[in-house]
Design a protein around this ligand. Structure first.
Ligand code: UN1
Length: 509
């Protein structure tokens, strides 16, 4: 099955060079061996970019920008519409490749491609709505308005957990805004990126577009660091760990460039005494074990009212006992593997630390062994009773570990929810209007995303996605997140015969 998909995307054809508006793996850097956490098989090798080849990509992108910025935005939208159409055709194959390379369930792999299609649709509409405001000038016979222009090269650094969707949120919006893109995908999922470029290539070729509009640079930390330090890259949009985000932010700030960061989360659901517990169970379990706990929106903490704590944790135990862990390409399995053995080591270290800090397990964790788990990356989703202040609870461990804790008053629950360094997603499960509104008020959740009667993961693309504090402050995808990909220009036009100065200043010569 997987070989057919690799063939569909010509994955075995290595280093084909620049073609069709796209640079595939230019240069002759080291090769990365790509390995599937599903079955431990080596899938392919991928050429990394060298500094010389990176510089060539940037030069090509610079010339492509000179053309692309002059194409009317709705025409740019038409190209993105065609990309969305092509993704519809390849949804199943790309979803499977994502699932095999990354290890998320097939459902979620397809869901990720659906997010790509949705963002294309959103971007097409947006291409006719890049609105600026008009203002009333204080001076007679003057007109004042603002317009939005493209930035230039947008560098996109994406993480392994959403190998294709997060790139598309950035790239599709950046493209309709008139920018060109250079993408550095995670070195753990380079093939999904390559497949996306095969799809783009068809569309670009059909439309006779010049090379360099979208570029792919494969590699580890180096190409990301080059982009962060490169004044030719107008915006660096980076998704990943807080550690990576701080390094990118520092390098971009040193040259006063623009940065858009979407980093870690430590997302909690408050389970009120007035919660619909069945609905809560669904949201909490999907949020905690979906993508094997490797979403930045994964539910990591449940802050449960003391009066329902025992009842709800019993329900959780029952649900966890039903979970099927195994090959994510098989539809009956809920939980696939972690991305690699390093991730497994982080998970097992976290289990040790939880015990050391005084936590107790109500559902035990552990690494699975046996023929079905031969890659060594399958772990048991687990639940630990902890205190919010534990250092391990304050840390984002990218694994299916769910922390539970109790509260008495809603204000206390909100304070606990906020009392972590991260600020991405949050939720309250309650049928009590007062609690729900308090949670959404200025005195409520301090996160970029706050939901009522919905879990913390699975945000729709139409809203702005991102969070506060160590999550980095950036917003991607919907709403007016597009403004981060453009520069604002204020224009004042004098159509009178005099030159009145603002603020009533008199200046006579
Ligand atoms: C991420 O984990 O980096 O809201 C993105 C969600 C998805 C996106 C997650 N739509 O869970």
């Amino acid at each position: 099955m997987i070989n057919d998909i690799l063939k569909t995307f010509s994955i075995r054809e290595q280093n084909p060079g620049a073609s069709d508006g796209i640079d595939f793996m230019p240069g002759s850097g080291d090769r990365i061996t790509v390995w599937s956490p599903v079955d431990g098989q080596t899938i392919a090798t991928v050429q990394t970019v060298t500094r010389t080849a990176y510089d060539a990509v940037i030069s090509r992108a610079e010339s492509a920008f000179l053309y692309w910025r002059t194409v009317p935005a709705p025409r740019r939208g038409e190209i993105v519409r065609q990309i969305g159409e092509a993704l519809r055709i390849y949804k199943d194959d790309l979803g499977k490749l994502v699932s095999y390379e990354m290890g998320k369930s097939l459902q979620e792999g397809r869901g990720e491609v659906q997010e790509m299609i949705d963002i294309c649709d959103f971007a097409v509409g947006l291409s006719r709505q890049l609105y600026g405001l008009s203002m009333h000038s204080e001076r007679p016979c003057h007109r004042m308005y603002e317009q939005w222009h493209p930035l230039g090269i947008v560098g996109i650094i994406s993480a392994f957990n959403f190998p294709v969707a997060v790139w598309s949120w950035n790239a599709m919006i950046a493209l309709v805004c008139g920018n060109v893109c250079v993408w550095k995908p995670s070195e753990k999922t380079p093939l999904s990126a390559q497949a996306c470029f095969r799809i783009l290539s068809e569309v670009f070729k059909r439309n006779d577009l010049p090379g360099g509009l979208c570029n792919l640079v494969q590699g580890g930390k180096d190409p990301g660091a080059w982009m962060a330090g490169d004044p030719r890259v107008a915006l660096v949009s980076a998704t990943g760990s807080a550690r990576m985000g701080k390094a990118v932010n520092t390098a971009v700030a040193a040259r006063l460039g623009k940065c858009l960061l979407e980093l870690g989360g430590n997302n909690a659901i408050i389970v009120s005494k007035d919660a619909d517990l069945d609905m809560t169970l669904m949201g909490a379990v999907f949020g905690a074990v979906g993508t094997a706990g490797q979403r930045c929106t994964t539910t990591r903490r449940l802050i449960i009212h003391e009066s329902v704590f025992d009842r709800f944790t019993e329900k959780l135990k029952g649900a966890y006992a039903q979970l099927k862990i195994g090959n994510p390409l098989e539809a009956q399995n809920h939980v696939g593997p972690l991305i690699d053995k390093d991730a497994v080591a982080h998970y097992t270290n976290a289990l040790d630390t939880i015990k050391k800090e005084g936590g107790t397990f109500i559902v035990d964790g552990g690494v699975l062994e046996g023929a079905a788990y031969a890659s060594g990356c399958y772990v048991k989703p687990c639940i630990a009773k902890v205190e919010n202040r534990f250092s391990i609870v304050q840390t984002e461990t990218f694994a299916p570990i769910l922390y539970v804790m109790q509260y008495r008053e809603i204000e206390e629950a909100i304070a606990m929810q906020n009392d972590v360094p991260q600020g991405l997603s949050s939720a309250i499960m309650t049928l009590n209007l007062r609690e729900a509104e308090l949670f959404l008020s200025a005195a409520g959740s301090d996160c970029g995303i706050a939901n009522v009667n919905i879990g913390t993961s699975g945000a729709e693309i139409g809203g702005a996605f991102g969070g506060e504090k160590e999550t980095g402050g950036g917003r991607e995808s919907g709403s007016d997140a597009w403004k981060a990909y453009m520069r604002r220009q204020t224009n004042t036009i004098n159509y009178g015969r005099d030159l009145p100065l603002a603020q009533g200043i008199e200046f006579n010569i």
